[in-house]
Design a protein around this ligand. Structure first.
Ligand SMILES: Cc1ncc(COP(=O)(O)O)c(C=O)c1O
Length: 400
């Protein structure tokens, strides 16, 4: 594998994102089989995690749906060949106009505040709507990605259900789905099951449901021996709860999830070249040809991506702080043990499939990297590296 990655860095240049379709398919099938006892299961891949159109097309071949959060993601999904009914649109804080545009495209609308629910229901009583509930559960690996607690901006509070029901009655709209997403990197499946019970209790108050969407937030391992959400155990327990609920409800509902990280995080690596090895009085820095403009997760969430020196995998371990070339502190690893690094070596950052390229920017007027998909043993370029024209593309130059 290392040789293949080195060859990709040589052929396509660095830095470069590389994704493995086999791993994506493996994770998709793993999740599906964990919930095999549920009759109607729908996995809606969370586009935000990795939104390259070739990745979306790959998910389409698997029978996946899509979870989208912006009208642009909806359009990307449709362009990738998804049917509108296989796309759920879950925005937060967007205008009524944007929601109406998405509804016109025929996708499933998911609304997370009472103001828009009332406005939308009044104007479009015949468009069924899903509602995003805030179950007031603290879950997630970092405060920025804990979104189901009482102070969160997401979802409609479970305590506001009576108000919500009055809106539904007054507007004559139909609620066909109920949804929650409490956070990312949820380790404890008990938290998940507890939040699900709250969702079932809420669901009983709606008579026309077709599906219940449990969001996502599964934690994936970041290094060997790392703990992860026990999907198989969650599948067994939640399926049981869900099937019981359906019996009580009197209808075979669809159980939906919208995983991002679980499906693509481990499938991706980020390759960057070491420009400079800099010894200071206290530290040895390995400075790569990248920075927070390409991979911001360590700075934003404190995520610790495993870093391999694929140019010298059997070298003697030494301590390095791996940093970028950006004009502010962009530390990927602090005094980390890595096989001896020489300038020109290629470092491989693991877990680079989710929220890496999709959060990249042109900060410092740098180009965004290329993306490559390894599929059936072959490396395919699925996004070109940007160039100087891209930097200037939308700028309007005044001549003084
Ligand atoms: C509404 C919603 N659904 C799904 C996801 C995907 O979460 P994850 O990548 O943890 O699976 C997110 C992530 O932010 C989200 O906000």
């Amino acid at each position: 594998m290392n040789q293949q990655l080195l060859q990709i860095a040589k052929d396509f240049g660095s830095p470069v994102y590389v994704y493995d379709s086999e791993k994506i398919i493996f994770q998709y099938n793993r999740l599906t089989s964990a919930f095999k006892s549920v009759k109607n299961l729908k996995l809606n891949y969370a586009v935000k995690a990795l939104s390259n159109i070739s990745i979306l097309k790959l998910f389409n071949t698997l029978g996946s749906g899509l979870d989208t959060v912006s009208i642009q993601e909806v359009k990307l999904g449709l362009t990738a060949g998804f049917k509108p009914e296989d796309i759920i649109y879950t925005p937060n804080g967007v205008s009524l106009e944007e929601i109406e545009s998405a509804a016109q495209l025929g996708v499933q609308i998911n609304i997370d505040n009472l103001s828009i629910l009332e406005q939308f229901g009044t104007k479009h009583p015949n468009t069924p709507v899903c509602i995003r509930i805030n179950p007031h559960v603290m879950a997630g690996g970092n405060t920025n990605i804990s979104v189901g607690h009482i102070d969160s901006k997401f979802g409609i509070s479970i305590h506001q259900i009576p108000h919500l029901l009055r809106i539904v009655e007054n507007t004559n709209m139909t609620i066909n789905g109920i949804h929650m997403h409490t956070g990312s990197d949820i380790l404890d499946i008990e938290v998940f099951l507890y939040a699900s019970e709250i969702l079932f209790e809420t669901a009983k108050q709606f008579k026309n449901l077709d599906f219940i969407d449990f969001g996502s937030g599964f934690k994936v391992p970041y290094k060997e021996g790392d703990i992860e959400t026990n999907i198989e155990e969650l599948g067994e327990k939640l399926s049981k709860q869900f099937n019981l609920f359906c019996k009580e409800y009197g209808k075979e509902l669809t159980l939906a999830f919208e995983p991002g990280k679980f499906l693509v995080s481990e499938a991706g690596v980020f390759l960057a070249k070491v420009n400079v090895v800099k010894q200071t009085t206290s530290t040895v820095f390995a400075q790569i040809d990248s920075g927070l403009n390409h991979l911001i997760r360590p700075m934003l969430y404190g995520s610790q991506h495993e870093i391999l020196n694929i140019s010298n995998p059997n070298g003697r371990d030494r301590f390095y702080s791996v940093v970028g070339y950006i004009c502010e502190t962009d530390t990927f690893a602090n005094n980390r043990r890595i096989p001896e690094i020489t300038e020109g070596d290629i470092l491989c950052f693991k877990n680079a499939g989710a929220y890496c390229y999709s959060m990249s920017s042109n900060y410092n007027s740098r180009y965004r990297p290329a993306e490559v998909l390894l599929h059936k043993g072959e490396a395919h370029l699925i996004r070109q590296r940007e160039n100087f024209e891209d930097i200037l593309k939308n700028q309007v130059e005044l001549n003084f």
